[in-house]
Design a protein around this ligand. Structure first.
Ligand SMILES: Nc1ncnc2c1ncn2[C@@H]1O[C@H](COP(=O)(O)OP(=O)(O)O)[C@@H](O)[C@H]1O
Ligand SMILES: [Mg+2]
Length: 422
């Protein structure tokens, strides 16, 4: 409690409090590492160089948070997730809000493997901390709804400053692919669209075209139904150098793509293409096609084909997604409604596990769904709307279940035709 209170005070004063920032750390003399093994020293130097390059030209370092309190809060907090390098815990703020605290995972594979190799716990922690510092630097320079928001960072005052870095991040929920597969198509489409918008931003970022080298669902979290990338330490702004086209093969376990070597000696668009194919293989193939509105399926198949063989770049992909969004939001896809009517109605995936709650474009669409389903006797168009602005319709098996109120419009099936009653 006490720690949380102090943390709130720390957060409020964050701009004023003096703490070391990532940039300030770079100006420190090299760590007392002359006794470290040469291999480890060289790895430390490389990470330092990488970090300095990313930080160069960035905005002036903002004041960090004083983080003794944050780290103390982190000590007992529930773990949200951990990876190779970092561990993330949830911390409650005294004001009722919550954040995610990310720090080096001392028991993680990165630190342990380094220790086995070099036998230097402190040096190995520092090596891992450079990755988190790199992430903090990137998060500070990049702003996008598809990138987890950095509230601030703080550094332990005692011991090795670099090793004691903690990033204070917007709280998300680790991605559960199995769960996502059971959500309505509209929500899955939103996740894919969000990812495409993120990749568009990364391809045209202020730092150049950024590739996420370790692109996997576990590097993303969900915040209010939106997908956000959280793991940025394996991001790179460098495009592969080449002398000839043969140097530019983009390899995946199941597929390779020959790319061209530009006159500037870079493999053209390799970062953008790597991200896009990863989005295809980890997200689009699972989330986009199944139970999509039938009339949109040809457009979705085209997106899957064109990203699966990299015929589309990110610009074309975004355009194709926006077209699907437009068709869906405007209801234009219903011009092919006879197809829908013939479709066997399944009340899955419903927005509510208690009943059959589906998003519709209009009462006509709901009527079509209802008449195609023998159990359906009535439906209500509710005031609730999904993120695209479509109302939710609640389908019911008996007309007597209707509890009309002033905010809902109810429809009851009358033999073959539907009559509006309220
Ligand atoms: N902001 C966040 N909110 C909730 N969970 C998070 C957040 N950021 C990361 N996580 C979880 O912590 C895990 C580890 O974080 P990550 O940055 O991927 O570390 P690593 O570099 O070790 O893979 C992620 O896989 C994710 O499940
Ligand atoms: Mg990760």
């Amino acid at each position: 409690m006490e720690a949380a209170g102090r943390w709130r005070r720390g957060a409020a004063l964050s701009a004023a409090l003096l703490a070391l920032s990532a940039l300030a750390l770079l100006l420190l003399p090299p760590p007392p590492g002359s006794a470290l093994p040469p291999g480890l020293l060289e790895e430390l130097r490389q990470r330092r160089r990488d970090l300095r390059r990313l930080a160069a030209g960035g905005a002036a370092a903002e004041g960090g948070l004083r983080c003794g309190d944050v780290r103390r809060a982190a000590g007992t907090a529930p773990v949200l997730g951990s990876g190779f390098t970092k561990v993330v815990v949830r911390a409650a703020l005294a004001g009722g809000g919550a954040v995610a605290l990310k720090s080096v995972h001392g028991a993680g594979r990165e630190v342990r493997q380094c220790e086995q190799r070099y036998g230097e716990p402190a040096g190995c922690r520092r090596l891992a901390a450079y990755k988190l510092l790199k992430e903090v630097t990137l998060l500070r320079r990049l702003r996008h709804p598809g990138i987890v928001q950095l509230h601030g960072q703080c550094y332990d005052s005692g011991g090795e400053p670099e090793a004691g870095v903690t990033a204070v991040l917007e709280l998300g929920a680790p991605l559960e692919m199995i769960q996502l597969l059971q959500t309505p198509w509209e929500e899955r489409f939103k996740i894919c669209l969000g990812l495409v918008e993120l990749l568009f931003y990364l391809a045209h970022s202020p730092l150049g075209s950024i590739v996420l080298l370790d692109f996997q669902p576990r590097q993303f979290v969900m915040v209010d139904g939106n997908l956000k990338v959280t793991d940025m330490d394996d991001a790179s702004t460098e495009e592969l150098s080449c002398e000839e086209d043969n140097d530019c093969t983009l390899d995946f376990p199941t597929k390779s793509f020959p790319l061209q070597c530009s006159s500037a000696g870079k493999c053209e668009g390799i970062n953008e293409k790597r991200n896009l194919f990863n989005a295809y293989r980890y997200f689009f193939t699972y989330l986009l096609p199944h139970s999509a509105p039938p009339a949109l399926q040809p457009f979705l198949s085209d997106i899957l084909n064109a990203t699966g063989n990299l015929r589309y770049g990110i610009n074309e992909t975004l355009r194709a997604f926006e077209k699907v969004l437009h068709l869906y939001k405007s209801g234009l896809y219903l011009q092919k409604r006879p197809l829908l009517l013939k479709e066997a109605y399944k009340c899955w995936p419903s927005y509510s596990h208690l009943g059959c709650l589906l998003s519709v474009h209009s009462p006509e669409e709901a009527a079509a769904i209802c008449s195609s389903q023998p159990q359906c006797q009535s439906f209500i168009i509710t005031q609730q709307r999904t993120w695209t602005g479509r109302p939710l319709a609640s389908f019911q098996s008996s007309p007597t279940d209707l509890i009309p109120d002033t905010t809902a419009v109810a429809y009851i099936k009358r033999s073959a035709s539907l009559g509006r009653r309220l």
